[in-house]
Design a protein around this ligand. Structure first.
Ligand code: OSB
Ligand code: MG
Length: 367
């Protein structure tokens, strides 16, 4: 495929319910969509960078700057035999994985649509449905938290993740366990603790959590290795895993027993497959994270999560939990068994509703 055109859309959508993590609360989501064109076909990607640099140092504005100024010129007019060649072609630009991923994933969709195959098949997926869990943010009260957990369990979700931070941790877990018993439960701290909190974090051990996600700093590996010695609960890394190489080091250092894969964080599908395979070779289970994506980014995630080492339910939930309406048709739905069907049409296999993209768009550029 010879990429002829790259378009960027800066979009904003209101969230159905506010989402609060240890780094703050949001009521809406700003993101960049990437559309690429070749030989009469199109491909869509979504960059997971947020408006602010709180989850990662990238933002929607850095993504715009990096794609428009540096990445698009590296791909426009160039012929790629396969989308796995795109990430290496961007090597000259250091970091900026969220910008790279938006573009790279659009190229995978374009390729899969061009050859008329579902993206999951092109990526090496092996299952027709993926296991779905939910990520429940910090609420205004424990009563609200219990209500939310109740609602999501009733909807069929296979595991519950709750966000924690100092002051909203042990008691939240204690109350959820007391009310719902032995449900599959985990916590995500989004880097809110330090090694000084190791005794405090060890107090989570009796609650039989599936894992503690990213308790320590966003760029740390070695403190997590020390912490993993001090707690029985498996540690899962999210923010820290910026590259496949860091994952290799984290596994060698025993800094985690589980890894969360977000293609946006590591530079797209090609790097995610490499990370998935590395973890499989070391018997590290992986699961697919979420970044409150619109249906476009989430459809990509569903295809990737169909690979075999995604052994645990991911943070990929129904459209109606996030945006109403979503940018795609049909909306992503979760069955009563807590699974989501992998779309079987060409590419990401969902229709992009252009009117809705247009009304969500704050800025557009064609390169
Ligand atoms: O840490 O997994 C995270 C959302 C934004 C930023 C970081 C995270 C999250 C989530 C949401 O947990 C998962 C979802 O998309 O439902
Ligand atoms: Mg996380």
């Amino acid at each position: 495929m010879k990429i002829e055109k790259v378009e960027l859309f800066l979009c904003r959508l209101p969230l159905v319910h506010f989402f609060e993590t240890s780094f703050g609360r949001s009521y809406d989501r700003t993101f960049v969509l990437v559309r690429v064109e070749a030989d009469g076909h199109e491909g869509w990607g979504e960059s997971v960078a947020e408006a602010n640099p709180y989850y990662s140092s990238e933002t929607t504005e850095t993504v715009w700057h990096i794609i428009a100024g540096f990445l698009a010129p590296l791909v426009i007019g160039r012929t790629f035999g396969h989308p796995r060649e795109v990430f290496p072609a961007l090597r000259r630009v250091r970091g900026h994985n969220m910008a790279k991923a938006g573009l790279e994933m659009a190229a995978w969709d374009l390729h899969a649509r061009t050859i008329g195959q579902p993206l999951s098949r092109v990526l090496g997926g092996t299952r027709a449905r993926i296991a779905s869990g939910v990520s429940i943010g910090i609420q205004d009260s424990f009563e609200q938290l219990i209500e939310k957990v109740d609602k999501e369990l009733a909807a069929g979700y296979q595991r519950i993740k709750i966000k924690i931070k100092p002051g909203w941790d042990l008691e939240a877990v204690e109350r959820v366990r007391a009310r719902f018993g032995g449900i599959p439960l985990m916590v995500d701290a989004n880097a809110a603790y330090s090694l000084d909190d190791r005794a405090h974090l060890a107090r989570l051990d009796p609650y039989d959590l599936m894992m503690i996600e990213q308790p320590l700093d966003y760029d740390d590996v070695m403190d997590h290795a020390v912490l993993q010695q001090a707690v029985k609960t498996p540690i899962c890394l999210d923010e820290s895993i910026h590259t496949v190489r860091i994952a290799r080091d984290a596994i060698a250092a025993k800094a985690c027993r589980i890894i969360n894969i977000k293609p946006g964080r590591v530079g797209g599908h090609g790097e995610s497959i490499a990370l998935h395979d590395l973890c499989a070779a070391h018997d590290i289970p992986v699961w697919h994270g979420g970044m409150l994506e619109s249906g476009i980014g989430r459809a990509h995630n569903i295809h990737l999560a169909s690979l075999p080492n995604f052994r645990l339910p991911g943070d990929i939930a129904a459209s109606k939990r996030y945006y109403q309406p979503d940018l795609i048709e049909p909306a992503i739905e979760v069955g009563p068994d807590g699974t989501i069907a992998v779309p079987d049409g060409p590419g990401i296999g969902v229709n992009i509703v252009r009117d809705r993209v247009n009304s969500a768009t704050l800025r557009h550029v064609s390169l």
